[in-house]
Every structure is written in structure tokens, then in C-alpha cells.
Design a protein around this ligand. Structure first.
Ligand SMILES: Cc1cc2nc3c(=O)[nH]c(=O)nc-3n(C[C@H](O)[C@H](O)[C@H](O)COP(=O)(O)OP(=O)(O)OC[C@H]3O[C@@H](n4cnc5c(N)ncnc54)[C@H](O)[C@@H]3O)c2cc1C
Length: 356
């Protein structure tokens, strides 16, 4: 495996931002991943595991350690009656994988069409969209344990999946390198149309859409929102949603509602709509971070230098061309500050930050 030095990371990220990595490697097998871990140990340097760089903001100064890009490939299929388990190598492109299984009429990931990144990135933050998340189909994750250099096989329950959460980005963060993921998908299953925008698109239909029609519709909704990677589209030079949707207690929601009503009253306005929210765990609700951001005074297209709120989606921060990580973080801080002041909610960042 070639070990390169001082490689600019910006081209490896969807933000197109970031300075160089001191060392850079591309591992095409589990053995090469283990070699990368050993190399970083010898150099006494931190090691960062890179997938498609679509949930990542790299510092302008870069990363003084080693970066290993996971680039193993291959997919196998094991039949289980009406289901098949597709085991895909972590380096496979996620969107290509979705297209491939949807084309074969397998259900379970069709609403996650158009999400950039690698297969290996999906269990890390339990990727989800349009009413579906990978936790509902993942049956196994294989990973390299960086501390022992041994392979570990996780069953789904051991992955500790939650909203944008798993063992791989929480208690086991920086310990495991995902090398393979198994998804159990149903042959000729019906597409999941739980999400409002998606259900609406098919509302007049006498027959349910096919999996392919559903996933193409997801792609088209994503494109309208700048959430599909399209060459030359400045609104997709981002890391997708920059903030997680906050989960708060029902009593916190009541406090916020009272605050909003009071503010509106003071401004001489009548509030007719309740604060948009969805049921979460018992006793708590999930709020829409995009709504909070907009209410806090950041309309779509709001810019601070070359960093801006996407002109099509309030939840995405975009690089307008030559933004620095510093500018992205300045806009993040401004948004956080005002949302905290107005709603008493501290927005949690979704993309990983790498560097100093
Ligand atoms: C336009 C756009 C739209 C998006 N829409 C969505 C969406 O709808 N839903 C959603 O959930 N996300 C979305 N995202 C975020 C992103 O695409 C996902 O989080 C994706 O799964 C990240 O995968 P990646 O391979 O690019 O990971 P990277 O960005 O390379 O890495 C992210 C984190 O995962 C770790 N990681 C990556 N690969 C491995 C591995 N093999 N083993 C261990 N750790 C690893 C990295 O170390 C890092 O901590 C979007 C991003 C963009 C740019």
C-alpha cells in the first residue's frame, strides 16, 4: 500500500474544504487497513478513517496525522427465503449500492437513494432519510478493532443504533474500522412511503409505486432541496444537514411554545401554527432544526462571507466557492448562538470535524 505525504484533503470531501493530511493511504483490504493502523502506531500519529468525506469538515490547517481511505470493494448476496442479505464492502459507494438492489426489486433502502458516501459510513451515524434508516435493515457489521488488530463481527443489536448514533460514533468511536455491512432486504417488498413529501407525490395513484419509482422520487425531492450531489450545483457543496434535529422533553416543548407565543404577541402577531414536531421516545419530541434556524433569523441563502445557509434547505451550510472551514464554523456559531438565545436549545453538529 502506497503511503503518500502532505495530501490535500479538500478534494476528498463534499464540502471541498480542508488542508493537507501528513500521511495518506488507500486501503483496499482488511489486511491493508491493519497495516495503516500499524503505520500510524509506528509514527505515534493519530489515524483518521475516511469514507466518502460527505459527513466531514476538515480544518484549513489540515490534519497532522495519518488518514486511511477505506477502498475495499465487493458485494455478495445470501438468499433467506423472501429476503436476501446483501453484504457490501465498506468502500462501496452507498448510492450505487442502493440503485443496484432497487434495480433487482429489493426493498428496505429505497428511501435512502441519493445519500452520498460509502457503505462503511452508513452504520456509523445510522444514516436515514425520508422515513427509513439503515438500522432497520442492517443485520451484521464487520469491523477491524484498532486496539487488538482483530476482526469483530457485530450483530445489529450490538451496534447500539439510535438517531444518528451507533457504537461506532459513540462508545467505540476511533476504535473500530467498518469493513463490511450486511443489509437484509425483502424481494418485491413495497416501498416505504411514511414521509409526507414522498406520500404526497403518489397520493393520486391507484396502484402503489414500484421501488424504483419511489427511489427516483426521493432523488428528485433531494435535488429540489440541494441534497443530491450534482456536479456544478453550489447548494450541494456541503455535508448535508449541518445540525441534528433536537430531541426535547414534552415540557420543554411547552416552554418553547409559550416563549414563541409571547414573542409573537409582543410583535403584534397571531400565531396559528404549532411548533412543528414529531413523536420521539416516550415523553419527548423531535423538533425540526431547520425550522428553529429559520425562526432565529437565518433565511435560506443567508451568507456570512463565503459560507451560507443553502438557498434550498435551511439545515445545510454550504461552501459558496472558496469558503474556509473557519468561515463555516463562524456561521455555525452564529446560528447556534441565536437558536440558543431564542429557544434555549443547543443545536448539535452532525458532520465530524477533523483537524486543529
Ligand atoms: C448532499 C448531502 C446529503 C446528505 N444527506 C444525508 C441524509 O439524508 N441522511 C444522512 O443520514 N446523512 C446524509 N448526509 C451525510 C453523509 O452522506 C452520511 O453521513 C454518510 O453516511 C457519510 O459517509 P462517508 O463515507 O462519506 O463518511 P465520511 O464523511 O468519510 O466520515 C464520516 C465519519 O464516519 C467515519 N467513517 C467513515 N467510514 C468509516 C468506516 N469504514 N469505519 C469506521 N468509521 C468510518 C469517519 O471516520 C467519520 O468519523 C448527506 C451529505 C451530503 C453531502
Amino acid at each position: 500500500m502506497e503511503i503518500q505525504e502532505n495530501i490535500l484533503l479538500a478534494p476528498y470531501t463534499t464540502f471541498r474544504i480542508g488542508g493537507p493530511a501528513r500521511w495518506f493511504m488507500e486501503a483496499t483490504s482488511e489486511t491493508e487497513l491493519a497495516e495503516a493502523v500499524s503505520f500510524a502506531r509506528e509514527k505515534n500519529a493519530p489515524l483518521f478513517v475516511l469514507g466518502g468525506g460527505s459527513n466531514l469538515l476538515v480544518s484549513d490547517k489540515g490534519f497532522p496525522g495519518a488518514v486511511v481511505r477505506v477502498a475495499n470493494r465487493g458485494i455478495r448476496q445470501d438468499l433467506e427465503g423472501a429476503y436476501s442479505v446483501f453484504t457490501a464492502a465498506a468502500g462501496e459507494d452507498w448510492d450505487d449500492f442502493v440503485s443496484n438492489v432497487v434495480e433487482q426489486d429489493f426493498a428496505g433502502v429505497e428511501c435512502m437513494a441519493g445519500i452520498p458516501g460509502t457503505v462503511g459510513g452508513t452504520p456509523v451515524q445510522n444514516v436515514g432519510a425520508y422515513g427509513q434508516e439503515v438500522a432497520s435493515t442492517i443485520v451484521a457489521v464487520r469491523a477491524l478493532d484498532r486496539t487488538t488488530l482483530k476482526m469483530v463481527d457485530f450483530a445489529a443489536a450490538q451496534c447500539q443504533f439510535g438517531y444518528r448514533r451507533s457504537i461506532f460514533n459513540s462508545t467505540g468511536r476511533d476504535r473500530y474500522i467498518v469493513t463490511e455491512v450486511g443489509y437484509r432486504l425483502k424481494l418485491h417488498g413495497a416501498p416505504r412511503l411514511a414521509y409526507q413529501d414522498l406520500a404526497r407525490a403518489f397520493s393520486g395513484w391507484t396502484e402503489g409505486p414500484t421501488l424504483k419509482q419511489a427511489s427516483e422520487t426521493v432523488r428528485s425531492i433531494r435535488q429540489q432541496k440541494g441534497m443530491l450531489l450534482v456536479e456544478g450545483d453550489p447548494d450541494c457543496r456541503s455535508a448535508g444537514s449541518f445540525f441534528k434535529n433536537p430531541v426535547v422533553s414534552e415540557s420543554h416543548l411547552a416552554d418553547i411554545s409559550a416563549r414563541v407565543v409571547k414573542e409573537a404577541h409582543r410583535a403584534g402577531l397571531m400565531l396559528t401554527e404549532p411548533i412543528p414536531h414529531f413523536a420521539a421516545d416516550p415523553g419527548s419530541v423531535k423538533l425540526l432544526a431547520g425550522w428553529l434556524i429559520e425562526q432565529a433569523g437565518f433565511p435560506k441563502g443567508f451568507a456570512l462571507g463565503a459560507a451560507a445557509v443553502s438557498s434550498r434547505h435551511t439545515l445545510a451550510i454550504v461552501n459558496r466557492g472558496d469558503a474556509t472551514a473557519k468561515e463555516i464554523l463562524a456561521l455555525r456559531d452564529e446560528i447556534r448562538k441565536r437558536v440558543l438565545a431564542q429557544f434555549g436549545i443547543c443545536l448539535e453538529q452532525e458532520p465530524v470535524y477533523l483537524g486543529v
